[in-house]
Write a protein that binds this ligand. Structure first.
Ligand code: MLT
Length: 249
């Protein structure tokens, strides 16, 4: 097994050009896209369709009026003024995606980093959306893979501490399960060591990140930080299917 790690959005265009036909890509956007998608799927959403642009989401709603729209820019729910007058049903807070609101629904989502990272992996053999909320189930699913790339979605153009910590936590879970010692490429090993350092107070470590600080400063979103720091609340794997939709497996 090889485990590689991408730290910033600047690495995504090169990823899209790589032959990923034998690779499992695991995307982390802990604050908050992948945490939110995992929560929505756990609460019964049928599928999440991640798209890069607000205009794409709006066009899909015109084509399929039954889909729900979700997404954020600068952390807050997309406003009608940003979407040509179309009201989005959700922002990107996992706590909005309750069973009552999502059961049986297909949700089109556009976020600043997370949905872009997922789309950049589209050519891979397997693409998973992972979070602390479903980390053990994700590790279990991956343990027979030969080649894994951990894709940290980042914050804006920067690396995100919380994504790096989650990547390290996944490496920590994968290593003892393997028959042969994995090749830990440098960044994956650094992520594992960083997670080992911070794991006793994960919520504080995540809260001290760039996006953690932004969310903590917004009274209606501050509780998202502690929510997304929870380990293994959900026993599910979220996989991107060939039709571009994330579903629970
Ligand atoms: C993103 O995709 O950049 C995020 O998930 C941002 C956020 O929701 O705070």
């Amino acid at each position: 097994m090889t485990i590689d790690t991408l730290l910033t959005p600047a690495e995504l265009p090169a990823l899209a050009r790589r032959d990923l036909s034998g690779t499992a890509c695991v995307v982390f956007d802990i604050l908050r896209a992948t945490s939110t998608f995992v929560t929505a799927l756990h609460h019964g959403a049928d599928a999440i369709l991640p798209v890069c642009e607000i205009a794409e989401a709006v066009a899909l709603r015109r084509r399929w009026p039954e889909v729900l729209l979700a997404g954020e820019r600068d952390g807050v729910k997309i406003r009608a003024a940003q979407s040509g007058g179309v009201d989005f049903d959700f922002g990107n807070s996992p706590r909005e995606f309750t069973p009552e609101r999502v059961r049986g629904q297909t949700i089109v989502s556009t976020t600043t980093n997370g949905t872009r990272a997922l789309r950049a992996c589209a050519g891979a053999k397997t693409v998973l959306a992972a979070s602390f909320l479903n980390l053990a189930a994700t590790a279990e699913f991956l343990h027979n893979e030969k080649e894994i790339i951990l894709v940290c979605a980042g914050t804006g153009e920067n690396a995100a501490k919380e994504d790096f910590l989650a990547a390290g936590a996944l490496v920590e879970l994968l290593v003892p399960r393997l028959d042969a010692r994995p090749v830990l490429w440098r960044a994956a090993d650094a992520a594992r060591q960083t997670f080992a350092h911070f794991k006793t107070d994960l919520a504080s470590a995540i809260g001290s990140s760039e996006n953690g600080q932004r969310l903590l400063a917004l009274p209606e979103l501050r509780d998202d930080v502690a929510f997304c720091a929870q380990r293994d609340l959900f026993n599910l794997v979220a996989r991107l299917d060939a039709d571009g939709k994330l579903r629970r497996i």
